[in-house]
Design a protein around this ligand. Sequence first.
Ligand code: PLP
Length: 389
Amino acid sequence: PIEAADRLKRLPTQFFASLVSKVNRQIAQGHDVINLGQGNPDQPTPAHIVTALQQSAPDPKYHKYSPFSGYGFLKEAIAKRYLDDYGVELDPETEVAILFGGKTGLVEISQCLLNPGDVCLVPDPGYPDYWSGVELAGGRMAFMPLKEQNGFLPDYSALSPDDVNKAKLMFVNYPNNPTAACAPASFYDDTIEFAAKHGIVVASDFAYGAIGFDGKRPVSFLERPGSKEVGVEFYTLSKTYNMAGWRVGFALGNADVVRLINLIQDHYYVSLFGGIQAAAAYALTAPQDCVRQLNDVYESRRNALFGALSRIGWEAKPSDGSFFAWLPVPKRYSSAEFADLLLNEAHVMVAPGIGFGTHGEGYVRVGLLSSEERLEEAVRRIGALNLFG
Ligand code: PLP
């Protein structure tokens, strides 16, 4: 057999792969499994955006290589969106990089900034792709615990001074996957001050920026003074417009970091298909009613889920944003045992918190990616097991 290079052996194992195979086994046995474990948007891309792709795809000018680092019109469209939504001014040429989804940039930024042995501060629990980038770069992770009593925000004063001194990069992610917490503006101000003091680049992952509940609009890192001096924000169309399969994302902000991300991308790719870039620009510049509707759908689902949970005595803090719910597990089970129990006894799949880091233990993550009826049915089945109260 051909052996992988050492850097690939360091990659985290895909924790959820074994769960998915258990689900597939149950489905093959004829069970009606309600899958609340994964993070794939269930609704289609809005029709006007699909139509834009149908119109742009036949244009021969898009059948050649796109320009390196993408079309100017798409960079202008995202800059205009940030100006309208957040009052943030971005220079499309120097402060915007087009990515193949947010994921590529979140992995590449570690390769852009970390030398072997450099530290990256990573939220725990957190989105596992941050780990992959740090491992591929030969960096070292120092985890920042996200605790419920701190509103799932990291406490910078509790980090080891040695880690902080060696840190070159840090990730923050609000609305948060997996805890569904949002961050106040003051959190970003503290983060900017901390990063500037220690010479750390901030990577703000704003993948769920469009999804905030109870009338609270999630704050963008770039809205806060001094943000562009210390970092970039990653934005993606995957969730905002149900375009996860289209692979369109951006890195926005600090011009040096944007230049480095474009540099590394030039070696891997040219750029996205021009027809997709044209439709993506249309998504960003057309009226934004679909985004408001999307938020309403997730808010109704959140309300249905938490209403049902309280009826069975499962007490949990309602989600502030993102399309997840982060639910505490009864003390007598580990998160993996509890997820197995729900799958075996109720045919409901949830994601065990341990898959998102050590501090994810004690919780499971539920996706708001099924209809209200299916979410209520899942909770009804779990309630029948009499595990709470
Ligand atoms: N960041 C977070 C926290 C996510 O949950 C995801 C996707 O699930 C992404 C980034 C990446 O999304 P994409 O690569 O589709 O832009």
